[in-house]
Structures are given as structure tokens and as C-alpha cells.
Design a protein around this ligand. Structure first.
Ligand SMILES: C[S@@+](CC[C@H](N)C(=O)[O-])C[C@H]1O[C@@H](n2cnc3c(N)ncnc32)[C@H](O)[C@@H]1O
Length: 215
């Protein structure tokens, strides 16, 4: 109902693009708060958890008005990189093989509000597959991004359990300038903690790879 109303306002030119996207962001965040999932949408839970029993309340997305202008792109980073330049490039790509498009498909469906044919038990839609989630493709993809980046400084967040090892990243980045590494201990993300997987440590190490790019 909320989603339909937002679309109706847009189609009737009652709201402009900026308000349309603000309302969509607000709906996505509000819907996520009461989702009956273990944080990601790859599967739903059999029983309604406590937070999912609450009513959906549309709350405004957290948003600060600043003087500085900004632009938001919805594009593959490796394609976008040839069209943008700047002082600092901050990268936070996926670390592991779990595709975001699959794990957050329901939010994409709310955002797009299109017609698609649901497939399988989870009703998953078609989604973009990121090369950053492929053990075979990630190194090449990452190197191309670094090579083509027209930025003075590049920062990459990546943890110690990612598809690329610390050495892989270091070897790629140092080809393109002055490299440094910072690290911090981090509480494991909750969705991971609950999974029956081999790495049981509650903490993980978060690395910040830093590159001062040569001219
Ligand atoms: C670790 S999350 C980043 C989270 C973000 N920093 C935040 O705080 O919300 C990785 C993101 O990269 C996106 N992604 C994956 N492959 C990409 C690509 N080739 N180009 C652009 N974005 C990509 C995923 O969809 C996901 O949203």
C-alpha cells in the first residue's frame, strides 16, 4: 500500500525525484526493521521473530542536509571508475562469495516495484552477479579498478576472511604507488555469528588498505 502510494504520487507528478527517492529509502529502511529474516533475505525464518511481529511504521531515512553537493551512481564500480575522478576513493566491496543481489533481493523488489516471475522456494528474482564475489575473477577485477582509478588516495576495507588474501591485495596495490596497511579488531556481523560455519571466532580483523597513487 505504502509502495503503491509513493509510485502513484510520482506518476501524477505530485512529488519530484528527490522526494520519491527519499520516501523509497525511508520505506526500505523501515521494512528492513521488521523483516522476518536472519539479517539477509536469502531465506526467511519459519517462525515470526519478535521484531517481525511489530507493525511497519514508515520512518524518515536518516539524512543530513549539508552545503556540499554529492552525486549517487547506481552502476558497476569497474565501469563507473573511468567516468569519475577525485582526491579520495573509498572502496567497500563484498568480501566473500555471497552475492548481495541474492541476499537482499526483497529490498530490490520493493525499490523497483516491477513485475517479475518469482523462482524457487525463496521467490528470488534475477540479480547482477558481482565479480567481487568470485574467487576466480576478483583479483583481476580489483586490479583493473585500482589501475583505472584517477584518485590521489585509495582506501579499501576488507577483512581477514575475504576471497583475496592480504598478500593478494598488497601485491596488486603496491604496483600503483605507495602502499600502507592499518587494521582493527571487529565484532563479527550477527548474521555470520549464527551460521554453522567453520570460523567460529566472534571477532574478525578488519583491514584498511591504503594507497597513495603514483602519477
Ligand atoms: C560490503 S557492502 C558495502 C556496504 C556499504 N559500505 C554500506 O555501509 O552500506 C558491498 C556493496 O558492494 C556492492 N557491489 C558488489 N559488486 C559491485 C560492483 N561491481 N560495483 C558496484 N557495487 C558493487 C554490493 O551490492 C554491496 O552493496
Amino acid at each position: 500500500m505504502i509502495r503503491q502510494k509513493i509510485e502513484e504520487w510520482k506518476n501524477n507528478n505530485e512529488i519530484k525525484d528527490d522526494l520519491y527517492f527519499f520516501l523509497l529509502a525511508s520505506l526500505l529502511e523501515s521494512a528492513d526493521k521488521i523483516a522476518n529474516t536472519a539479517s539477509v533475505y536469502g531465506a526467511y525464518l519459519k517462525h515470526l521473530k519478535k521484531s517481525a511481529q511489530k507493525e511497519l511504521v514508515l520512518q524518515p531515512a536518516i539524512y543530513e542536509l549539508k552545503e556540499n553537493k554529492h552525486e549517487v551512481f547506481n552502476n558497476d564500480g569497474n565501469i563507473l571508475i573511468s567516468r569519475i575522478e577525485g582526491d579520495i576513493l573509498y572502496l567497500d566491496p563484498p568480501y566473500n562469495a555471497r552475492q548481495y543481489g541474492a541476499n537482499y533481493h526483497l529490498l530490490n523488489t520493493i525499490a523497483k516495484y516491477d513485475n517479475f516471475i518469482p523462482k524457487g522456494k525463496t521467490g528470488m528474482r534475477e540479480y547482477n552477479r558481482s565479480h567481487y564475489c568470485s574467487k576466480n575473477l576478483v583479483k583481476n577485477e580489483f586490479e583493473n579498478l585500482i589501475k583505472n582509478a584517477k584518485f590521489n588516495y585509495i582506501f579499501l576495507s576488507y577483512n581477514n576472511e575475504g576471497l583475496m588474501s592480504i598478500a593478494n591485495i598488497k601485491n596488486i596495490m603496491r604496483k600503483y604507488g605507495e602502499y600502507d596497511l592499518a587494521k582493527t579488531d571487529y565484532q563479527r556481523f550477527k548474521a555470520d555469528k549464527n551460521e554453522k560455519r567453520n570460523h567460529k571466532a566472534a571477532r574478525t580483523i578488519e583491514y584498511l588498505h591504503i594507497l597513495k597513487k603514483s602519477d
